[in-house]
Write a protein of this length. Structure first.
Length: 330
């Protein structure tokens, strides 16, 4: 009931009477008042005016299941939320829930992670009260070799979700560094890690973990020159829950397009428009050779198409190479 009351207060044009709330939820005025008091204690500015009712003035950067539920505007993505104040890793929890039969769209969100991981097993710094740590459970009916494209679907969705919340952040210049890093002003903002449980020719489930630096103001020395946060770029605290809801809404839409086509052909134009590597010289760091090339964009399966110095074009696979800009991180 708390999430539903919160949603009603947010959507109301003016005050919502206590009687309306009592009748809608079939509870007493005392029960309604208890919920209002809980919201106020959590930091929500809720006005209570006699003969008018309740009106929400403002809300802080609250991360609770009720807050997330009240903001989610999707059919299935993020509709089954499991929230943790602290957890080892949202990816580990979602993988366990996937094995136990949790429905597609289950979303694990944590205020703090104690064992977060990035690509190639790197640790992901995950302090409390400052960032978004979330993992989404998918059960796509696709071949296992199609699953890596889901990472790019999420990258596009995160970038678009951040831009959808751009009014509160001065419309930041969000870009994608192929294949799945989100950057602002040449510094990394988001990490995405996709893992899957498969049989030989069948996917049991896919876990996509997303870490977004939202309100961090300091970084470890080893990444200080290459990492940033929305707060540093925007100059003020950014609310995390609305951003999670925006990303889930975009992902649900983009995932549907992906499944309809079976590849990225319906998304690659929008993805390439945000690709910071596109139309730039990049350096390909392969296992056997390194060379400079000109990035042209992605193909329908998500590989980066580059033109080599001899004029030939080549598809670069994310699992085989790293791409760095010749003159810096991007």
């Amino acid at each position: 009931m708390k999430a539903e009351i919160l949603k009603l207060l947010r959507e109301a044009d003016g005050y919502v009477s206590g009687q309306q709330l009592c009748e809608k939820f079939g509870v007493s005025r005392t029960a309604v008042w208890k919920v209002i008091r809980q919201l106020q204690e959590e930091g929500y500015q809720v006005e209570a005016v006699r003969n008018k009712g309740y009106h929400i003035v403002d809300s802080p950067d609250v991360m609770t299941k009720e807050e997330l539920d009240s903001l989610m505007d999707t059919q299935w993505a993020g509709r089954n939320i499991v929230y943790y104040d602290s957890v080892d890793s949202t990816n580990l929890r979602i993988k366990q829930m996937g094995d136990e039969g949790a429905p597609e769209g289950t979303l694990a969100v944590a205020d703090k992670q104690t064992a977060g991981r990035g690509r190639r097993g790197r640790s992901w710094d995950s302090p409390s009260g400052s960032s978004i740590y979330m993992s989404l459970l998918l059960r796509p009916k696709i071949e296992p070799d199609q699953a890596p494209m889901l990472t790019l679907v999420m990258a596009l969705s995160v970038a678009e979700g951040i831009m959808d919340c751009g009014d509160s952040c001065g419309n930041p210049d969000v870009k994608i560094k192929w294949p799945n890093d989100i950057i602002i002003n040449g510094k990394k903002l988001v990490g995405i890690l996709t893992e899957m449980s498969t049989q030989i020719d069948y996917i049991n489930h896919v876990t996509i973990g997303v870490g977004i630096n939202v309100n961090l103001t300091e970084f470890p020395e080893e990444i200080r020159e290459t990492a940033t946060s929305l707060r540093l770029e925007c100059g003020h605290v950014v609310k995390r829950a609305p951003l999670i809801a925006a990303v889930m809404k975009r992902f649900e839409q983009n995932y549907t397009v992906f499944l309809e086509h079976g590849d990225l052909s319906g998304l690659k134009e929008r993805y390439s428009e945000l690709l910071v590597n596109k139309d730039r010289e990049v350096r390909i760091l392969g296992a056997k050779e390194q060379y400079n090339a000109y990035a042209l964009g992605i193909n329908q399966t998500g590989e980066l198409i580059v033109r080599k110095e001899d004029g030939t074009e080549e598809a670069v696979y994310a699992g085989e190479v790293s791409v760095r800009g010749v003159y810096g991180y991007v």
